[in-house]
Design a protein around this ligand. Structure first.
Ligand code: AHR
Length: 532
């Protein structure tokens, strides 16, 4: 079928066409799109670290969300809750950035080692001014990573810590030689050195990490970089070596990225970085009045989607700065904090950043993951903020109860894209308009997984109209496509402890027609399918 003919296809279908038995259906005029998948070509590899998580000592992100203590009635293994571990294993979390965030620049690691009863209570001044019991420290973090099968991403304290303190922590964690610090680690129960895949050289040093000027940060960063050594014998080869990520752009001002990359370009042998960070939050309205996390309609939905699509421009701008100093793309871009940030749930401590998670947020997650994957030649990692109970969480807990959010479902559906290879595609995303807001109506991404199977991620942003996507798959005789679709009756639909399956994936198929695969996507939905 010709492209022109496919573009002319406009029909009328019911939103129930694809196995959404539990979703109320309304007949809507569908929009038609043509997609060309160049399945005989391939692009860059998509690092699985794009699907990373971020867990900060903030609200109940750690305490209650991960750590319940060994004596808790909530089922746990060495204090780490079992239900959460099982859920996180299912989405194959590649790495967890810890201990912050702003908290990292207040964190003194010696408070979090050794016998639990002897650990001091300290303050968490950034997040609610609560007591930090330090029960979850280095050993518990690595135990948690082992239980979920993830790598370590440690953000070190450049703001209020010393270079010596940071150097000591990394010697404590990674040395296999019998130094005093390695012996202390062994005495604390872990004779073998830990592996640390990523080192964050500070956090938002332009803000909560010390409000440093770009040039001042660069001078500090170089010292921390030089003296924070990873001694693990398994991490001495280039392929396994720890990757160091400097603080970059805050999505508002590019001077940090420029200063760090300029310094990197002119660096001497004694320091290096493999990554530059970008933090970019989706703020539907303004920082002062962000907007509610539930109880909103199409207007608020469209504003949030418009806000989240800024990520594309941020990555383009940061990549351009990086290209200027690093045309060979040696340094990766790490979006190590991103996600929707709304007003806190009414009645909760505002310092705990607790918000509900809706179908809108699932669309936001999928759009951002697509942006990261599409830019996989430069974007080598991303960490959603934050894993449990904070901001755009994948899991919510309340005492013994746990619920998986719509954003979690996207992470589960997107597992085939971990370490996949991008496949070039072309499509016209069309338009979805809400008031004076104009947005692309659809988004699509194609990739081959590590076994060579072809996968498509299809998003219908439009909350009112189904989308009919006819996909021509070049170089492959595609007969069918099967997978799952995530949608719900309203844009603010969410899973609660009482109704945990309001927003849950359903089976979804595409059918072959006139040489193309045809997908009937319901309004406001995300589908992931394997093409056969
Ligand atoms: O994720 C919440 C906070 O947002 C982090 O602590 C900080 O780095 C950012 O400003």
């Amino acid at each position: 079928m010709s492209v022109a003919r496919m573009r002319r296809i406009v029909g009328f279908v019911a939103a129930s066409a694809v196995g959404l038995q539990s979703v109320p259906t309304v007949a809507h005029r569908e929009a038609a799109f043509h997609l060309e998948v160049k399945a005989d070509q391939s692009g860059p590899k998509i690092s699985r670290d794009i699907f990373g998580q971020f867990a900060e000592h903030l609200g109940s992100g750690i305490y209650g969300g991960i750590w319940v203590g060994r004596n808790s009635p909530i089922p746990n293994v060495r204090g780490i809750r079992t239900d959460v571990v099982q859920a996180l294993r299912a989405i194959r979390v590649p790495n967890v950035r810890w201990p912050g965030g702003c908290f990292a620049d207040n964190y003194h690691w010696r408070n979090g080692i050794g016998p639990s009863a002897e650990r001091p209570g300290t303050l968490n001044p950034d997040w609610g001014g609560v007591i930090e019991p330090n029960s979850f420290g280095t050993a518990e973090y690595f135990d948690f990573l082992d239980q979920i099968g993830a790598d370590a991403f440690i953000s070190e304290n450049v703001g209020s810590g010393t270079v010596q303190e940071a150097a000591d922590w990394f010697e404590y964690m990674t040395s296999d030689k019998p130094t005093a610090l390695a012996k202390l680690r062994a005495a604390n129960g872990h004779p073998a050195p830990y592996k640390v895949k990523y080192l964050g050289l500070g956090n938002e040093s332009w803000g909560c990490g010390g409000a440093m000027s770009p040039d001042h940060y660069v001078e500090e960063m170089k010292k921390f970089d030089r003296f924070t050594r990873n001694y693990n014998p398994d991490q001495q080869a280039p392929a396994t070596a720890m990757k160091r990520i400097a603080v970059g752009w805050d999505s508002g001002d590019s001077d940090y990225s420029d200063a760090v990359m300029r310094a990197w370009k002119n660096k001497v042998w004694s320091w290096d970085i493999e990554g530059l960070s970008l933090h970019g939050y989706t703020i539907p309205n303004s920082w002062e009045r962000k907007g509610p996390s539930t109880g909103f309609g199409e207007d608020e939905y469209a504003k949030a989607i418009r806000a989240t699509l800024k990520m594309k421009d941020w990555i383009v701008r940061q990549s351009a700065i990086m290209d200027k100093y690093d045309p060979d793309k040696k340094v990766g871009l790490y979006v190590d904090e991103w996600g929707i940030w709304t007003d806190p749930n009414p009645g909760t401590n505002p310092g705990f950043l607790q918000q509900q998670n809706t179908l809108r947020d699932a669309v936001i997650a999928a759009l951002n993951l697509d942006i990261f994957m599409r830019n996989a030649d430069r974007v080598r990692g991303a960490n959603i903020a934050q894993m449990i109970n904070v901001l755009q969480a994948v899991i919510l807990t309340d005492g013994p109860k746990m619920v998986l959010t719509p954003t979690y479902q996207v992470y589960r559906m997107y597992v085939p894209f971990h370490d996949a290879t991008l496949v070039p595609i072309s499509f016209d995303p069309g338009n979805y308009a809400s008031g004076d807001i104009r947005l692309p109506a659809i988004d699509v991404l194609a990739a081959r997984d590590t076994s060579g199977r072809l996968w498509l991620a299809l998003i219908n942003v439009n909350p009112n109209r189904p989308a009919r996507i006819a996909a021509a798959i070049d170089g492959v005789t595609a007969r069918s496509a099967t997978g799952e679709v995530l949608t719900a009756a309203t844009v603010d639909a969410h899973n609660s402890f009482d109704r945990p399956d309001e927003v849950t994936p359903h089976p979804f198929t595409g059918h072959a027609s006139a040489g193309a695969l045809v997908f009937e996507l319901p309004p406001k939905s995300i589908a992931v399918v394997e093409v056969r």
